[in-house]
Write a protein that binds this ligand. Structure first.
Ligand SMILES: [Mn+2]
Length: 417
């Protein structure tokens, strides 16, 4: 099923948890992600805004959600959608109807977009704070229609203070619910098939993009709607470029291949990195380097338990990495390893690949994080990163990607066929 199918009660419950955090002086406005021009009249592949999806389940552009809390009384929740246009339907297929929008979201008041501005102006009258959120845009990128809409509101309603919605929504989104965990597990099982297929077809002389093609094929064939992010398929020295996505080099005999990928299944994607020897056999030196990164990966996962924050865990990771890489002889000083490890060990994972959640917030059971220690030796033409996805539980953790092979012997035996 390519349309998201999370149950309506999931979205109803998410809105209720958000409304509990609001006071009578505030209101909330959320909007669908904008469509973006690719070139001429072609658009970039569109994806719904993660927050908008989490609180409505609506996977269509051009929609808005207005929440006006009335503690002790009836909260107003209104969904605004584009009016159905039969001419447009001839080109793009059936549009979202008010009935369908009600059914998906569980919101009983669904109106067409021309009501948004008048309703908003009326309902904000006795309120001080508007919680709103659009993606932050770096100075070299253009503003979206949502940014312009909010900027227009600031000018027309100078007394209404705009505040960041994500401070309220991030703690909700960080704690994953059962159906969300199941979707990430489904994504990971598809990714497992894709990586298995890659291992069995790898050989020297192939192009990196041919590996990417195999992964893409497996994702789409198995029901993913798209990649969770541009896949990194980096052989030899290319693997020391962290966001290498050109994927256009030849795989050479004796090189390692690093693949960092995610297949998005119903809005949720795993985020996995694996490293394979192009010819099926690690050299002794490659084994040594790979094992060092794997030791860090496992030692760090062993430390995971609810209650720690990323701020604590980055310290723990740095110690484990420093000691391990020092023992293997990659660095002279266990306190200095950034010249070979390059980046932090992980991040929250959810509707966004780099998911929401504050660094100093203690992790609750239900948080999902990535664990991805790196070891980069450009002089030796080698970059290694071994990334797993881990769910924090009441008693500790569960490695959601445990089925995706990462031991040297497993990989070599699978590649031998
Ligand atoms: Mn990652």
């Amino acid at each position: 099923m390519r349309q998201p199918t999370l149950p309506t009660e999931f979205f109803v419950n998410n809105r209720e948890r958000l409304i509990e955090k609001l006071d009578a002086n505030s209101l909330v406005l959320m909007q669908s992600a904008s469509e973006a021009v690719r070139n001429a009249d072609a658009l970039h592949l569109w994806r719904q805004d993660s927050n908008f999806f989490y609180f409505t389940g609506i996977d269509y552009p051009g929609c808005s959600l207005l929440i006006v809390p009335n503690p002790g009384d009836k909260n107003e929740v209104i969904l605004f959608i584009p009016p159905v246009d039969p001419e447009k339907e001839k080109w793009s297929g059936k549009m979202l109807t008010r009935e369908a929008a009600k059914e998906i979201s569980g919101i009983s008041t669904v109106q067409y977009n021309d009501n948004l501005a008048p309703s908003f102006f009326r309902m904000q009258q006795w309120r001080e704070t508007l919680y709103c959120e659009v993606n932050e845009v770096f100075p070299h990128l253009s503003l979206t229609p949502q940014h312009l809409f909010l900027s227009d509101l600031r000018q027309r309603l100078p007394g209404l203070q705009q505040k960041k919605l994500h401070l309220l929504t991030s703690p909700l989104r960080t704690k994953k619910q059962k159906p969300e965990i199941e979707l990430i597990e489904k994504s990971l099982s598809i990714m497992n098939s894709a990586l298995d297929s890659v291992m069995k077809s790898l050989k020297p002389g192939m192009m990196e993009y041919q590996v990417e093609a195999e992964i893409t094929y497996q994702y789409l064939y198995n029901g993913c709607k798209r990649h969770g992010f541009d896949p990194i398929v980096a052989s030899g020295k290319n693997a020391t470029v962290l966001h290498y996505i050109s994927n256009d080099d030849t795989l050479k005999d004796g090189d390692l291949l690093l693949i960092d990928t995610g297949g998005e299944y119903q809005m949720y994607s795993g985020d996995i990195t694996r490293v394979y020897p192009v010819n099926g056999k690690f050299t002794d030196r490659q084994k040594e380097c790979y094992q060092a990164a794997l030791d860090v990966n496992k030692a760090f996962i062993n430390e995971l338990k609810p209650g720690s924050s990323w701020s604590d865990l980055h310290g723990t990771a740095s110690e484990i990495m420093g000691e391990t890489y020092h023992q293997y002889g990659f660095t002279d000083d266990p306190k200095k390893h950034l010249h070979i490890s390059y980046h932090r060990i992980g991040h929250y994972l959810g509707l966004d690949i780099h998911d929401v959640g504050k660094q100093d917030m203690p992790m609750e059971p239900g948080a999902i994080i990535t664990v991805e220690p790196g070891l980069y030796l450009p002089d030796e033409g080698m970059g290694i990163r071994i990334e797993d996805n881990v769910l924090l539980t009441e008693t500790g953790y569960r490695v959601l990607s445990a089925d995706i092979p990462k031991e040297i012997e497993e990989i070599e035996s699978l590649m031998a066929g």
